[in-house]
Write a protein that binds this ligand. Structure first.
Ligand code: GUN
Length: 295
């Protein structure tokens, strides 16, 4: 049997429509809209394209969006002063500093300078700590893990008591999604195992998973025989494996051998069009929630 494809493209569209509706209601009631500033330092082509998409999405939702582009040679002190200005701007509810930053700037110092209550990426240690405590303490969920959880919930996958195996232990995906799935509450309450490059017998762990979340950054790492029949497979990998000769566009592959895995899994996300579109969507939702809390 072929797996049901979990379309992040479709699910993100539905969530963006929900957000747009809430923004319109906020505007009608209060005269205000969510404010997001995207700070882009330098001209890294990948960063420009990510920020452009974030700006376009925010504008389409009716946000007050400020695209603040700074030269690659901006001093660390000037960047910190800029963040401080937005920290104190009541019209701004979300501050996003696009990474990576130039080498002469201490990335950690910059991220730690963002007011945790405007930290819509949820990278600040205060928000990492709040996530660990869980429940009412959580202000923002990190965007990619939040998107993964939405895909799991909206695809109708049972999480309560499920065996979840997370492949990868990054700060941005592996560690937070593992913690989120283990917490109490809707879309969680699972039994979680984190596996990584130091794990013995990766295959045996994956094979136990009712929900397999793969964020390793290794193309086709997960083989079809590692997948439990009928399970839900979430592929977070975005690996550029070549270029399309005709269009010049990058060919993207996930961490899972999709063509074969879809014959075994019950539900599976494609790459592209799976987790990818969910990240920006969750960034917008974090900004909306921040605005709702402060207005
Ligand atoms: N660079 C690549 N991904 C991200 C992200 O999710 N947030 C920020 N701020 N920078 C990034």
């Amino acid at each position: 049997m072929t797996a049901e494809i979990i379309s992040g493209t479709e699910i993100s569209k539905a969530i963006l429509a929900e957000i747009k509706q809430e923004v319109a209601e906020m505007k009608a009631k209060t005269g205000k809209v969510p404010g997001l500033v995207t700070i882009l330092v330098g001209e890294n082509p990948a960063s420009i394209s990510y920020v452009t998409l974030k700006v376009r999405t925010a504008l389409d939702l009716g946000f007050n969006e400020i695209q603040d582009n700074q030269p690659a040679d901006i001093s660390e002190a000037d960047l910190l002063a800029l963040i401080d200005r937005y920290n104190n701007d009541p019209e701004i509810h979300g501050i996003l500093v696009q990474l990576p930053l130039p080498k002469h700037v201490d990335e950690k110092k910059v991220l730690n300078a963002i007011n945790p209550d405007k930290d819509v990426d949820a990278f600040h240690p205060v928000n990492v700590g709040r996530l660990m405590i869980g429940g009412d303490e959580v202000r923002f969920l990190p965007c990619t893990p939040a998107g993964i959880q939405e895909l799991i919930v909206r695809s109708g996958t049972e999480t309560k008591g499920a065996e979840v195996v997370v492949v990868g232990r990054s700060n941005i995906v592996g560690k937070p999604i593992a913690m989120m799935m283990a917490q109490k509450g809707v879309g969680a309450n699972s039994t979680v195992t984190i596996v990584h490059t130091g794990t013995k017998n990766l295959a045996a762990h994956c094979k136990r998973a009712d929900i397999l979340i793969v964020a390793a950054g290794v193309p086709n790492l997960v083989k079809p025989e590692w997948i439990k029949p009928g399970s839900t497979v979430i592929d977070v990998g975005v690996n550029r494996v070549g270029k399309n000769e005709q269009t010049g566009k990058a060919i993207l592959k996930g961490d899972v051998d999709f063509d074969k895995a879809k014959e075994i899994a019950g539900k599976i996300t494609p790459v592209p069009g799976g987790v990818g579109p969910m990240t920006i969507c969750m960034l917008m939702r974090n900004t909306l929630r921040s605005a709702q809390k402060s207005i």
